[in-house]
Structures are given as structure tokens and as C-alpha cells.
Ligand binder design. Structure first.
Ligand code: CXF
Ligand code: ZN
Length: 369
């Protein structure tokens, strides 16, 4: 057992409370990581609000970055002292995993949002012996130490500050991968991004990197639209407009080649699909409540348009995260522009800043890096 400090959410909608708890030693396929910093993602907030089938109290957090402290007997991928980014976990043995699409793994819910390991156990307990949910995205990195699996640690270079890298494990790889892995636009093609938060702005940067001709960012907040222009958007639109489709058609002429929605607002998605050119593709990248319906014009789809879901930017994290780091080094992907730092014990303030829109991507710092 290891004594760690963790932010525990006690009940749905309640605050995070920083307290000392016990963490079990790594199993043979597990990796103990000393967390340097961790980003806050909307999925953490959804789980804390009780929107996921995960029992509370729980230790959440799934954009951790840190230093390997120790490894289980069977781990060969990393060694103590290695710098790692923690990402989502996948089983490695279903068809999606075998064909290089681990974010569509059959076991995604179990391995990332059940609050336990796949076998139902938890490594997290209170002094009283009471069990806590953890293993969120196989990492629960709102804590000084994280117990990850060998599959969801990604080794990263040691010369970059760890307090920047955590969001590459979820939000930033999702936004960038939507463009670089899922859309794969040809230079000059057009892209519209609906919702210019950390995912949308990562998509904007990736669209510029990919040489897109027209890059439209749509958001309700003027500051976000401003930032989108600085990061590569060629046009911005206020998401409150009721003529989004017409305006997008006016900007693009033939209609959009690609759209990606992060708002999960059905009206916005309908406007996005209607603005596509006949062979255009709209990705749905926002978290929608299970069972939420959407009505789309079947005729538009029949003419050749594609509407599809997108998780974690279709990323193979061991390949894509190092690529994003190289783009960052070369100045082509300045994702540091999205990040605001908060001390770990300021987690509730960081969440407020995330919810108000004051912070695009809040990162909590735990140790010097
Ligand atoms: C999730 C959404 C549900 C599947 C895994 C990834 N998003 C991350 O924040
Ligand atoms: Zn996330």
C-alpha cells in the first residue's frame, strides 16, 4: 500500500476534496506514475456530476503526465524514471484494437469509465478500509500517484515540461486527431469546427497544419473566436446565428468538405450537415447523453454525405502523441496557448474557470517538472 493525496468527489454534483488515501501496489501489468500535472476534461466533470455509471466516491482525472515510479513484473514498455503521458485504455485484443483503432475498442466503457479494473477490483481505499472508485481511464490522475496499465502509458521525451503534456492524452489528441487522422483533408480543403474549446481549437490548429484553405470556427464566446483566428481560423462565426448554414455556404461556395461538432447541440449538427458539400463528412465529437435523438435530412445523406462519431481523434496514442509533440517543437502546433495552470488544491476553482469559459484547458500542477 502507498499513501497518496487525491481529489475525491464524494457525491454527484459535490466538490472535490483533497485528502490522503491508500493505493495498492502495481499488479504485473500495471505502472505506478508520480503525477506531475493533470488536465481537466469535460468527461471528468460529467463523471463528477453522476452522468456515468461509476459509483461515487471516486478519484477521477484522465489527462495525467508524470514520471514512472515503479512497474509491475511483466511491464517492458517503460521503466522507472521514464516520462509518460497517460491516455485512454483499450483491450488490445478486439477487432478495433487489432486493426489499429483502439478508441473504438469493445472494452472502452469498462476500461475507462467503470470506476474499477476490468475484473471489478479497485486499488483505492480510505483509512477506514472503505473502497473508493478509481481506475478512471485506467489512471485516476487527480492524485499524487496514478496506477496506469502498460497499454495506456505513452513514453515522451524528457526535455519538455510535463505540466504541458497531460492534455495530449485526451482533449488535444481528440481535436487534432479529428483532422489529422479522421478527416485527413487534402491541402486547400475546407473545415468548420463547431465549439472552439480545447478540442475545437486543437482541430483549428491541426487544420492549419494540414494546409486547409478555409477554416471556420464557430463559438458563442467572442474571446474563443478571437483565439481561433490567432491559431489559424480563416473565418469565425457566432454560434448563436440562425443562418449558420447559409453563411457557411457563402464562405465555401460549394459547401464544406469537413465539419466537426463538439457542441452536441442538435440544431448545430443539423446546420453543419446541411452546409456540407455532396461528399462532405461531419464528425460528431461531443459527448451526447445516451439516447439523445437527432433528426437529419435523409436525402442529404443519400446524396453522398457522411455523418459519423469520432472518439479520441481516431488516435493510436503511442504513435500520435509523439507526432503531436514533434509538431509542437517545430512551432506548427502551439497547444501551450490553450493551457492555464492551477495548483492541485485549487481544483474546484480550476473547474469553475473551465465551466465559465475563463480557462480553455485547465491543468493542475502537482510537482515541479
Ligand atoms: C471519452 C468519451 C467516451 C469514450 C472514451 C473517451 N472522452 C474523453 O474525455
Ligand atoms: Zn477527456
Amino acid at each position: 500500500m502507498k499513501r497518496i493525496t487525491a481529489a475525491v468527489v464524494e457525491e454527484a454534483g459535490g466538490p472535490f476534496v483533497v485528502e490522503d488515501i491508500e493505493l495498492a501496489e502495481p499488479r504485473p501489468d500495471e505502472v505506478l506514475v508520480k503525477v506531475s500535472a493533470v488536465g481537466i476534461c469535460n468527461t471528468d466533470l460529467g463523471a463528477a456530476a453522476g452522468h456515468y455509471p461509476l459509483a461515487l466516491p471516486a478519484v477521477l482525472g484522465h489527462e495525467g503526465a508524470g514520471v514512472v515510479e515503479s512497474v509491475g513484473a511483466g511491464v517492458t514498455k517503460v521503466a522507472p524514471g521514464d516520462h509518460v503521458v497517460l491516455t485512454f485504455n483499450s483491450c488490445g485484443s478486439c477487432d478495433s484494437c487489432h486493426t489499429g483503432r483502439p478508441s473504438y475498442c469493445q472494452q472502452i466503457p469498462v476500461l475507462n469509465a467503470s470506476g474499477t479494473r476490468a475484473d471489478g477490483s479497485t486499488a483505492y481505499t480510505r483509512d477506514t478500509g472503505a473502497r473508493l472508485s478509481g481506475h478512471f481511464f485506467s489512471q485516476s490522475s487527480f492524485a499524487t500517484y496514478s496506477l496506469a496499465s502498460e497499454r495506456n502509458v505513452v513514453k515522451v521525451p524528457q526535455d519538455l515540461p510535463l505540466d504541458l503534456l497531460g492534455p495530449l492524452g485526451c482533449g488535444i489528441q481528440t481535436g487534432a486527431g479529428a483532422v489529422l487522422n479522421a478527416m485527413r483533408p487534402r491541402p486547400g480543403q475546407s473545415v468548420a469546427v463547431f465549439g472552439a474549446g480545447s478540442l475545437g481549437l486543437s482541430s483549428v490548429m491541426a487544420a492549419r497544419l494540414a494546409g486547409c484553405g478555409v477554416i471556420v470556427a464557430v463559438d458563442l464566446m467572442a474571446e474563443r473566436r478571437e483565439l481561433a483566428l490567432e491559431l489559424g481560423a480563416t473565418h469565425v462565426l457566432d454560434g448563436a446565428r440562425d443562418d449558420l448554414t447559409e453563411e457557411l455556404r457563402r464562405i465555401t461556395g460549394e459547401g464544406l468538405d469537413f465539419a466537426v461538432d463538439y457542441t452536441s447541440n442538435t440544431q448545430v449538427v443539423r446546420a453543419a450537415v446541411a452546409a456540407l458539400n455532396p461528399r462532405g463528412t461531419c464528425l460528431l465529437g461531443g459527448a451526447a447523453a445516451p439516447g439523445k435523438p437527432i433528426e437529419l435530412d435523409m436525402g442529404l445523406i443519400h446524396l453522398g454525405r457522411t455523418v459519423r462519431g469520432m472518439i479520441e481523434g481516431d488516435s493510436v496514442p503511442d504513435v500520435f502523441i509523439p507526432e503531436l509533440i514533434e509538431h509542437y517543437r517545430a512551432g506548427r502546433f502551439p497547444f501551450d496557448r490553450l493551457i492555464s495552470h492551477f495548483a492541485f488544491d485549487q481544483i474546484n476553482e480550476a473547474i469553475k474557470a473551465t465551466q465559465s469559459g475563463a480557462a480553455v484547458k485547465a491543468v493542475l500542477t502537482l510537482t515541479e517538472s
